[in-house]
Design a protein around this ligand. Structure first.
Ligand SMILES: NC(=O)c1ccc[n+]([C@@H]2O[C@H](COP(=O)([O-])OP(=O)(O)OC[C@H]3O[C@@H](n4cnc5c(N)ncnc54)[C@H](O)[C@@H]3O)[C@@H](O)[C@H]2O)c1
Length: 363
């Protein structure tokens, strides 16, 4: 069972996104066109331990040598030290321009490996094999790669498109519920900014209690990925429409930072951030039913008690975020469901009210 979407970026690169349950045959066929007898694999430590035979089976028939770099679990792997170790590994094991680098893991592995692929020898062919829901619907698509810096997240990186993406939902069988929920926020985001029927579909899947069953999520994963592909294809270097993908994220970044990137996962923060964004949208005249998001609250065991800053201070933190120009907050708001717009905030009172409302919900 497999399907694919073609991605064309404005730089004329075309690559395929493959979706299915057990994509071994597709992967095996795809790698045949590489002249190299060796491949580099950067693999999340958990995935390496539990899925090694699955991906090796597909790759060993073509590559005589598989050089595996184990990526430690967690966000801290996206740092300059691990990046350096990976670059040293790839170069000392004899990478050449055409040697493919295959990233197998969640968004952390994908972002780190993508940056290694982008920079070693000015670019190695990159294949993404995303293994988390978040990576399948979001991080493996769009070409953003990078690592964190002690002054902030994702501050060192590049845009680098993969040669192909294989979203094999077989990997999701071992994904813990917490990580499903983490990725779910991005799926809900696509429902809010683009296709509201997604919210209903998620609701049905949740009622059937089907976390762990990647197969039943396949249509939704594919639809979500397609939305990201469409938005990114129109705005490869993030000059305009791609900003819509940040719905809820301006609030979320502040929440993540308040928890020192440990207490709150990105997905939890995005979920709360979307609620704040809906509240802010309604303050500016929209009439969006918050239950579109609130119906999923029981899945998020989220408590924002550890957000110690006051709503006023949170607004200040949004203004002074490194990515903010001239202290002007830019929000992605909704006129209605599936109708996002960019709003540059001048009077922050309504943003403060959105924070008050959201903190009340989660405390
Ligand atoms: N490049 C982009 O466009 C983009 C977009 C969104 C997020 N991101 C980045 O993605 C990262 C978050 O990605 P993530 O949520 O996938 O986190 P992650 O890569 O840390 O994975 C989450 C956890 O799941 C485990 N895991 C991975 N696959 C598994 C599997 N199949 N079964 C069981 N456990 C598995 C990992 O070991 C890890 O502990 C962040 O660094 C974020 O900045 C990038």
């Amino acid at each position: 069972m497999s399907d694919s979407i073609s991605v064309q970026t404005s730089t004329e690169d075309i690559y395929e996104l493959h979706f299915g349950y057990d994509l071994s045959a597709e992967l095996e066929e795809f790698v045949q066109h590489y002249g190299s007898a060796k491949a580099f694999l950067m693999v999340d430590a958990f995935v390496l331990k539990h899925h090694r035979t699955h991906f090796e089976k597909a790759l060993k028939s073509h590559f005589n040598e598989l050089h595996i770099f184990e990526v430690p679990r967690g966000e801290q792997a996206k740092n300059i030290e691990i990046y350096k170790q990976a670059v040293d590994f790839v170069l000392s094991e004899g990478a050449e321009r055409g040697t493919p680098l295959i990233a197998i893991g969640g968004g952390v592995t994908g972002d780190l490996s993508g940056f290694v692929a982008a920079t070693v020898l000015r670019g190695l062919p990159l294949i993404h094999i995303p293994t988390t829901l978040l990576a399948m619907v979001d991080s493996s698509i769009g070409g953003k790669t990078g690592i964190n810096h002690h002054t902030g997240k994702n501050l060192v990186g590049s845009f680098y498109q993969p040669a192909a993406v294989f979203a094999d939902v077989k990997y999701l069988e071992t994904l813990p519920e917490k990580e499903w929920v983490n990725g779910l926020s991005e799926v809900l985001k696509y429902g809010m900014i683009h296709s509201p029927e997604i919210l209903e579909q998620v609701n049905t899947l949740i009622k059937e209690n089907t976390f762990v069953d990647g197969k039943s999520w396949l249509p939704l994963i594919q639809q979500s990925a397609k939305i990201k592909v469409e938005i990114v294809a129109e705005d490869v270097l993030e000059a305009g429409k791609r900003a819509f993908l940040n719905f809820g994220h301006t609030f979320a970044h502040v929440i993540e930072k308040q928890g020192d990137y440990k207490l709150y996962s990105h997905g939890e923060a995005v979920y709360a951030g979307m609620i704040a964004a809906v509240h802010a949208s309604n303050s500016l005249g929209a009439n969006i039913d918050l239950s579109n998001l609130m119906q999923f609250k029981p899945l998020y065991k989220l408590n924002l008690n550890e957000v110690k800053a006051s709503p006023e201070e949170l607004v200040y933190l949004m203004k002074t975020d490194k990515k903010v120009k001239d202290e002007q907050i830019q929000l992605i708001l909704l006129k209605e469901l599936s109708s996002p717009y960019v709003y540059k905030v001048s009077d922050t009172a309504f943003v403060q009210r959105a924070w008050e409302h959201t903190l009340n919900i989660f405390t």
